[in-house]
Design a protein around this ligand. Structure first.
Ligand SMILES: *Cc1c(COP(=O)(O)O)cnc(C)c1O
Length: 360
């Protein structure tokens, strides 16, 4: 067996100890006589898995007691619709700060349910920075203010939490969830697809302040109605049981690694190693303003795009997988989520140095 260093943007790498535990428990979970995949979600064994996962996530993220934690399906894209359907609460508009491709999609989807104002977006269309807050055209009557803390495709990450000025703040945390400590109390709602940094695909987590619940649009599908889901412990229907279980193991792994403070320190070092080399290389470039550079997704270009294929081939030979940039931006992208060890980033930098030396 050979496991590569997997730089995929999502589904992304999972911590090896988690995969080993899944392997060990695959045929029989904890004396239950069956796999987690085969359990009834109403069974006490699965209930204990689900409850423990929520408890661990609350502990890791320090989620205040007046927030519900939901384990849902439909991905972040589902939440692009669920957020307006649940949070409009009689209002007719919502504010969107757009700093990359996912923000574009979120705003567009919300437009089906309300007036979705774009309150800030780089005027030149270049998603390489956060527009200055002083230029944001916030509407005090908006139902909520939505933004994307980390734009996975462009590698643009907010270095701060915006101030909603009384309007509930909503954030698509998909690709930077659990990458560092977070003050949940600043948000009305946080959502995150699991498959970037927290588990396998098929699960999306929603953390929502209780006072925002209970006013979903009548057209909202029941499975997207936060109140109904909260009242039923996310089990109004069959939840994504296996993904929920694996995410729970990831939360336990984070605890064992020393919690989010320790994880953040490692992520900071990993990102620093890669950006410092890119900046110093003269051969590679990252287009994002330094203050807005993502810790999780690092896009970069080669001096000559004609060398891209050769770069990727050589990387693959060295066990450095899935470095091709998103089709909409080209170049390369190294996603260095929590599960990417420092040795993986070091191996990438070593290869980049070697390639630049030979081709530069
Ligand atoms: C991946 C991603 C999405 C889309 O998630 P799905 O689970 O595929 O719906 C949305 N937003 C961000 C920031 C992402 O990284």
């Amino acid at each position: 067996m050979t496991r590569v260093f997997n730089f995929s943007a999502g589904p992304g790498a999972l911590p090896e100890p988690v995969l080993r535990q899944v392997q060990a428990e695959l045929l029989e979970w904890n004396g239950s006589g069956m796999s987690v995949m085969e359990m009834s979600h109403r069974d006490k064994d699965f209930m204990s898995i689900a409850t423990q996962a929520e408890k661990d996530l609350r502990e890791v993220l320090n989620v205040p007691a007046n927030y519900k934690v939901l384990f849902l399906q439909g991905g972040a894209l589902g939440q692009f619709a669920a957020v307006p359907m649940n949070l409009l609460r009689g209002k007719t508009s919502a504010d969107y700060v757009v700093t990359g491709s996912w923000g574009v999609k979120a705003q567009k989807e919300a437009g089906k349910y309300c007036k979705a104002n774009i309150v800030a977006k780089p005027a030149d269309g270049k998603f390489n920075r956060i527009p200055p807050v002083s230029e944001w055209k916030l509407d005090p009557n908006a139902a909520y203010l939505h933004y994307t803390p980390n734009e996975t495709i462009e590698g643009v990450e907010f270095p701060f939490i915006p101030d909603g000025k009384g309007v509930p703040l909503v954030a698509d945390y998909s690709s930077t969830f659990l990458s560092r400590p977070l003050d949940v109390s600043k948000f009305g709602l946080i959502y995150a697809g699991a498959q970037k940094n927290a588990g396998p695909a098929g699960l999306v987590m929603v953390i929502v302040r209780e006072d925002l619940l209970g006013q979903a649009l009548p057209i909202a599908p029941s499975i997207f109605d936060y109140k109904q889901m909260a009242d039923n412990e996310s089990m109004l229907n069959t939840p994504p049981c296996f993904a929920w279980y694996v995410a729970g193991l990831v939360f336990q792994w984070i605890k064992k690694e020393g919690g989010l403070a320790a994880i953040a320190e490692r992520n900071r070092r990993k990102a620093g190693l890669l950006y410092d080399y890119i900046d110093a290389s003269g051969f590679y470039a990252n287009p994002v303003e330094k203050s807005a550079r993502s810790w999780m997704n690092v896009p970069f270009t080669l001096k000559d795009a004609a060398l891209d294929d050769e770069f990727l081939k050589g990387a693959k030979k060295r066990g450095l997988s899935t470095l091709k940039g998103h089709r909409s931006v080209g170049g390369m992208r190294a996603s260095i989520y929590n599960a990417m060890p420092e040795a993986g980033v070091q191996a990438l930098v070593d290869y980049m140095k070697e390639f630049a030396r030979v081709k530069g």
